[in-house]
Structures are given as structure tokens and as C-alpha cells.
Design a protein around this ligand. Structure first.
Ligand code: DAH
Length: 344
């Protein structure tokens, strides 16, 4: 029986060495250490053996049992270890792999230009404010000296939202000028502010017309503001945006809310003033309207025109990148073609 126990031990270890997963290990345990295994049966029968054999067989059987139990435990540990290692291996992060490229966005050319314009005026001490796109007739027209039936309303193809009486009709603002009134209603001079924002026109779109585009409005009101301040401010702006050498033209124009009104143009970049298709063969490109705030406009917001004066200006924004980069169709700006937008 001692021989039998030795063989059993050897056979068990031999089989255990081939076990390589927890299921097999459990089967092995049942086979060699389970209640019905030969080893346990031998252990149970020890009591009925003749006395001389009882001790040696009992001791040997117990020794084999302990040995198998500790082999089982060890195998269990090493299987667990192997499992962990292979799991870790399969989850390993290869830090030498090249990263996945993330698409990088950029600012829209209009936004870039707006930021540039705002920076120029901020450096001259103007604050930047914004106003509503949906506006009352009163602010967009009436308070700016454009009463109903005034011919200047023809300048603005208006998108009406509803038809209220008098100044109570709502519309999409056709220019940023209504913010002059809102600003002067709220604040007393000295005022120095610019207003970037979207404006809307009821327009059939073509290469030079969009139904939505951007303007930047400017307003300065204080004692002793003169035309010289207006001219100095706008010439400095042109110098910053278009460069030292670009010629600037300053001449009379008419806008109901300023007196006198002026128009600023710069020398055409495409033909250097010689005249071409871009500038309508005039050599000049208009970039903004401006003037001295009309005394009636000041009086309407309770600013005494005998004490205070001011200047105002308004410019189209898309014009600037169009001139700079030779873009010949304003519709490109808002048609969301990435091939166009990625160039800026
Ligand atoms: N609001 C005018 C337009 O959209 C532009 C303009 C002209 C603004 C003269 C002004 C100004 O502030 O003084 O055509």
C-alpha cells in the first residue's frame, strides 16, 4: 500500500504539471483530494488496518495529502499569476505608437478681422459693446432721423418681422447704427465705444451682396469733439489695417444721422489706383461712412448739442479680408466650404 501511495503521489504531480487553467485545476482537486478519491478512501480505511501497518500507512497517506494540498495551492497561485500577466500584456499601452491627429479648428476670417478692428480701437480707448439683432423701427430708423417715408429708407432693403405702428414695428437691424441711440440713452458723455455685429438686408445675393453681413459701428461723444478728431481717428485706423503707404480719401457724403457726413475710401489694392473691375474703374474702394452726430440725434437722447458734440462711423467688415486676399465673392464667407475657410 505504501507503493500505491507513492505511485499515486507521482501520478498526481505528473498530471498537475499539465494543468493550465482553473477548470482543469478544480477537476484535478476532485480527482486526487475529493471525497471519492483513492487517497481519501485510503485515509478512511486506515482505522481498519492491522496495527503494524496502521501507523506507517496513516503517516504516509497524510504526508501525501499535505504535499498534494500544498502543490494545489502553489499551482493555483501560479495560474492566477499567469492570468494576470497575460491580461496585463493584452492591455498594455504602447507609448511609442504615433498619436491620433485631432483636427484643429481656427477662427473664421470674419472673426479674425473683427478681432483686429476691435484691437485697433481698443488701443485708442474705445470700449467694445454689442446689441440686439432684432430691433425696433425707432432705433433702426426714427431716432436716426429717418422717419417713415423718408427717402433714405430706400438705402436699406429691410427685413421686417412685424408691422407695428410708428416706431413699434420690429425688424432685423439693417445697420449697427441703432446702437448709437441705445448707448446714448444709457450713458452720459464722455462716450467712446465701438459695436461689432451682424446686420441684415432683404437682398438678392450676388458676388458683392449678402443678406447677412457684419458691420462695426463707432461713436464718440464729449465736449469739443470736432471733425479733426473724426479724421484723425479714421486715418489712424486705416494706417493700422491697410498699412502706412496706402492712400486714403476723405470726402463728403450724406447720411441722415450725421452733419456733415463723410465717406472714407482707400486706394484700390488690385490696380494701385489705376482703375479696374474690383474698384469699378474709379481707383478707390469705399470702406466706411461717418460724420458728426446730428444735433437732432443728440437732442433726442437728451444730450445738449450746444454743449456736446460727437462723431460716428460705420464700416462693412467682410470688405477688408476681400481686399486683402483678393476674394471676389462675399458669398464664400458664409457658405461653410471648408476648402475656402481653411486658407485663413
Ligand atoms: N449705417 C450706415 C450704413 O449702414 C453707415 C454709417 C454711415 C454709419 C455714417 C455711421 C455714420 O455711423 O456716421 O450704411
Amino acid at each position: 500500500m505504501l507503493e500505491q501511495l507513492k505511485d499515486l503521489h507521482a501520478q498526481a504531480l505528473e498530471e498537475l504539471s499539465k494543468v493550465d487553467n482553473p477548470q482543469e485545476l478544480e477537476a484535478w482537486r476532485i480527482r486526487y483530494l475529493g471525497k471519492k478519491s483513492s487517497l481519501i478512501r485510503i485515509l478512511r480505511s486506515v482505522g481498519s488496518l492491522p496495527l503494524d501497518e496502521r501507523q506507517s500507512i496513516g503517516a504516509k497517506a497524510n504526508e501525501v495529502k499535505r504535499a498534494l494540498e500544498s502543490s494545489l495551492e502553489e499551482k493555483g497561485r501560479s495560474l492566477q499569476e499567469a492570468l494576470l500577466t497575460s491580461h496585463r500584456e493584452s492591455q498594455r499601452l504602447d507609448v511609442t505608437l504615433p498619436g491620433r491627429p485631432l483636427p484643429i479648428g481656427r477662427l473664421h476670417p470674419t472673426t479674425q478681422t473683427l478681432n483686429e478692428i476691435c484691437d485697433v480701437f481698443k488701443n485708442m480707448g474705445f470700449q467694445v459693446i454689442e446689441g440686439p439683432d432684432v430691433e425696433w423701427d425707432y432705433y433702426n430708423f426714427e431716432a436716426l432721423n429717418i422717419p417713415q417715408h423718408h427717402p433714405a429708407r430706400d438705402m436699406f432693403a429691410t427685413l421686417w418681422i412685424d408691422a407695428g405702428m410708428g416706431g413699434k414695428a420690429r425688424l432685423l437691424r439693417t445697420h449697427t447704427s441703432p446702437m448709437q441711440i441705445r448707448l446714448m440713452e444709457k450713458e452720459r458723455p464722455p462716450i467712446r465705444a465701438i459695436v461689432p455685429g451682424r446686420v441684415y438686408r432683404y437682398e438678392a445675393t450676388d458676388a458683392t451682396h449678402e443678406s447677412m453681413f457684419y458691420q462695426v459701428e463707432g461713436l464718440a461723444v464729449d465736449k469739443n469733439i470736432t471733425m479733426a478728431d473724426l479724421k484723425g481717428t479714421l486715418f489712424e485706423f486705416c494706417r493700422c489695417i491697410f498699412g502706412e503707404d496706402r492712400k486714403v480719401r476723405f470726402r463728403c457724403d450724406y447720411f441722415p444721422f450725421v452733419e456733415p457726413g463723410v465717406e472714407v475710401a482707400i486706394e484700390c489694392s488690385a490696380c494701385a489706383g489705376a482703375g479696374c473691375r474690383l474698384c469699378g474703374y474709379s481707383g478707390w474702394i469705399e470702406i466706411l461712412g461717418a460724420g458728426m452726430v446730428h444735433p437732432d440725434v443728440l437732442a433726442r437722447v437728451d444730450i445738449d448739442p450746444r454743449i456736446y458734440s460727437g462723431f460716428a462711423f460705420g464700416m462693412g467688415v467682410e470688405r477688408i479680408p476681400m481686399l486683402r486676399y483678393g476674394i471676389d465673392d462675399i458669398r464664400l464667407f458664409y457658405s461653410n466650404d471648408l476648402r475656402f475657410l481653411r486658407q485663413f
